[in-house]
Design a protein around this ligand. Structure first.
Ligand code: HEM
Length: 301
């Protein structure tokens, strides 16, 4: 596993995993996130005038939003950028060990956590700091949060710029669901079989490692009408069971499911009217799936 994700809840196996999630889930629950919302809304960088690359803009915007949610904007932004930027580069860059960089990030986490422990606070670090291993959870979940949310936001902006009739807050939840159906940043996951399985005549014993692909199940013509098309109206109805898994499922459901949705929907609401100019939205698989880019859009005044 890449060093960024090799820790905390991601590396904790059952049966300890469930207890670990129970400890950290409340900080990432809807109720606590609502208390952070004013702060993350204020952390959104200005939307550029004229033409801009939605992918590059989303990258910087998500960095700032996460800094707001986790640290009240106090984390050294250059260090945060240096820490997270390699994750979006092609392999093997994200897999290279970066002991010095990680030490600097851990030192910054400790500096800010000490402040929270002495003076209190209500950001995500304030919730994680008193938990044993909480700083590692902060570092690992930041890494899990950054390019997933960046890619989802960039694709959502691109879809809105191509289908401006959907650019209104009441439509945005369906736009986001449709974006994550077509372009799930978490494109591949794994599970161990809980019981023996007969699959097309092949017997797979309990404990076999099985891969699942949210990208493929969300484009299966046996499960979806016109699966390749962007049709937010399809979300007037429930999707078929287990066909839609952009945040995974079961006990390892994404920890940041509510955070990601809150951040992205708030950004979409803050965006002016946009039109697509030109771009390459073909999906490029890395740790997460993202658009090749650039995705050039322009403001319509
Ligand atoms: C649109 C944005 C996001 C997408 C599409 C996404 C997707 C996923 C997926 C598919 C998994 C499950 C992997 C598996 O099969 O085991 C997962 C797990 C996880 N996600 Fe996200 N994620 C997003 C944003 C975030 C954010 C904002 C955070 C910040 C807290 C986060 C933290 C995590 C963590 C810590 C796990 C591991 C959970 C565990 O093993 O118990 N993710 N995510």
């Amino acid at each position: 596993m890449v060093p960024y994700l090799a820790g905390g809840v991601i590396l904790t196996d059952a049966p300890l995993h469930r207890r670990r999630r129970q400890t950290i889930n409340p900080g990432f629950g809807k109720k606590h996130l609502e208390t952070l919302r004013g702060r993350t809304q204020a952390a959104l960088p200005p939307i550029p005038d004229g033409e801009f690359d939605a992918l590059a803009w989303a990258d910087g915007a998500v960095l700032s939003l996460l800094n707001g949610a986790y640290f009240g904007g106090e984390f050294d932004s250059h260090l945060l950028h240096s820490f997270l930027a390699p994750l979006r580069r092609p392999f093997p860059v994200p897999a290279l060990p970066r002991p010095l960089l990680f030490l600097r990030v851990d030192a910054e986490l400790r500096r800010l956590a000490t402040r929270r422990l002495m003076a209190g606070g209500d950001d995500l670090l304030a919730v994680l700091a008193p938990i044993p291993g909480g700083l590692e959870e902060a570092r690992v979940s930041l890494a899990a949060a950054h390019d997933t949310t960046t890619h989802a936001l960039a694709y959502a902006v691109w879809h809105l710029a191509n289908h401006p009739q959907w650019h209104a807050p009441p439509h945005h939840p369906a736009v986001l669901k449709e974006t994550l159906r077509l372009h799930p940043p978490g494109w591949m996951g794994s599970r161990r079989l809980k019981c023996e399985l007969d699959w097309n005549g092949v017997k797979l014993p309990r404990g076999t490692l099985a891969l699942y692909a949210p990208y493929l199940s969300a484009r299966d013509p046996q499960l979806w009408d016109a699966p390749q098309q962007f049709r937010p109206e399809r979300w007037e109805h429930k999707p078929p069971a287990w066909a839609y898994l952009p945040f995974g499922g079961g006990e390892r459901l994404c920890l940041g499911i509510h955070l990601a949705q809150m951040l992205i929907l708030d950004v979409l609401s803050a965006l002016p009217s946009l039109r697509a100019v030109r771009g390459d939205d073909s999906p490029v698989p890395g740790i997460t799936l993202g658009p090749r880019g650039p995705l050039m859009v322009r403001r319509v005044s």
